[in-house]
Design a protein around this ligand. Structure first.
Ligand SMILES: Nc1ncnc2c1ncn2[C@@H]1O[C@H](COP(=O)(O)OP(=O)(O)OP(=O)(O)O)[C@@H](O)[C@H]1O
Ligand SMILES: [Mg+2]
Length: 263
């Protein structure tokens, strides 16, 4: 059977909802499961790149020629912008701080919603990767529209806090707008993150989301775990940083649940 590459965006305009942490650790978990994964850092905060490389290395990518901003600006095939991470089956396209100028860059381009999709065309057609995971910034503009137009699916991480649901309606509306031009885009599911298991509050968040028609909320939730920050400080996936960390196991379970969608 021909290999199919699934492109999944991690998006939520609410800042700090766990997009980058989920993208990095689900990506790593899938790679451990033997899937070939390409991660794309779509945020000028460079957090996804920093999840795998040191600050010096990331700044070198960001200020050099081999980063997402340069590729989009020149509308080039992204194959030439891939860097290998220290891990098997896991590659990355790094970001740049210049991404702050992306909206302007896109504004001047023909068919501007489809620039990223065009840059990914060859990689997708080659079937080299099982998954391409794109980390989106916490905004809802032309660039996130580009990310979603290049994607087959979107995973929306939502923080299980009183304000976590804030903006979910905006995000749903935005997804409807995107479907106007990328009708195949599917909300694969909502990932509940940063759950404080000592409090019952998160159950309300989950219930509210589950009662929304047509929305899948993943069974496996991610709880608050201080190891997440230590791992990020160490530029490593949680599973590499500390194998026994609770969140490492939780992300592995969530990755399996996601992958089972196609079994
Ligand atoms: N399960 C967790 N336990 C503890 N801390 C977490 C957990 N998940 C994420 N965090 C922390 O929460 C903060 C936000 O997470 P993350 O950067 O993944 O969110 P984000 O949605 O990508 O943010 P942004 O909108 O700024 O891109 C980070 O400091 C991260 O270390
Ligand atoms: Mg982020």
């Amino acid at each position: 059977m021909e290999k199919k590459t699934r492109i999944i965006a991690f998006a939520n305009n609410k800042g700090g909802s766990g997009k980058t942490t989920s993208c990095a650790n689900i990506g790593y978990s899938l790679s451990v499961m033997g899937k070939k994964v390409l991660l794309i850092d779509g945020d000028m905060q460079l957090n996804l790149s920093l999840s795998f490389f040191t600050e010096d290395e990331v700044l070198e990518f960001a200020t050099g020629e081999k980063n997402l901003y340069q590729a989009i600006k020149k509308q080039e095939d992204l194959s030439d912008y891939i860097v290998s991470t220290p891990y098997e089956n896991l590659d990355l396209i790094p970001s740049s701080t210049l991404m702050s100028g992306m909206e302007y860059e896109l504004f001047t381009k023909w068919q501007r919603e489809f620039i990223l999709r065009g840059c990914l065309k060859k990689i997708k057609a080659s079937g080299e990767y099982d998954y391409i995971l794109i980390d989106a910034p916490p905004t809802l503009g032309g660039w996130v529209m580009n990310i979603l137009c290049a994607s087959d699916y979107v995973i929306m991480p939502v923080e299980a806090s009183p304000w976590g649901l804030f903006g979910v309606a905006n995000m749903f509306e935005f997804l409807e707008d995107v479907r106007g031009i990328n009708e195949d885009l599917e909300l694969l599911g909502i990932a509940i993150t940063k759950v404080d298991a000592r409090k019952n509050y998160y159950k309300q968040t989950v219930e509210t989301l589950r009662s929304t028609e047509g929305v899948n909320v993943f069974e496996h939730i991610i709880r608050v775990d201080s190891e997440v920050e230590w791992a990020q400080d160490d530029s490593k996936p949680i599973l590499v940083h500390k194998k026994s960390a609770r969140s490492a196991g939780e992300y592995m379970e969530l990755a399996k649940e996601i992958d089972e969608t196609w079994q």
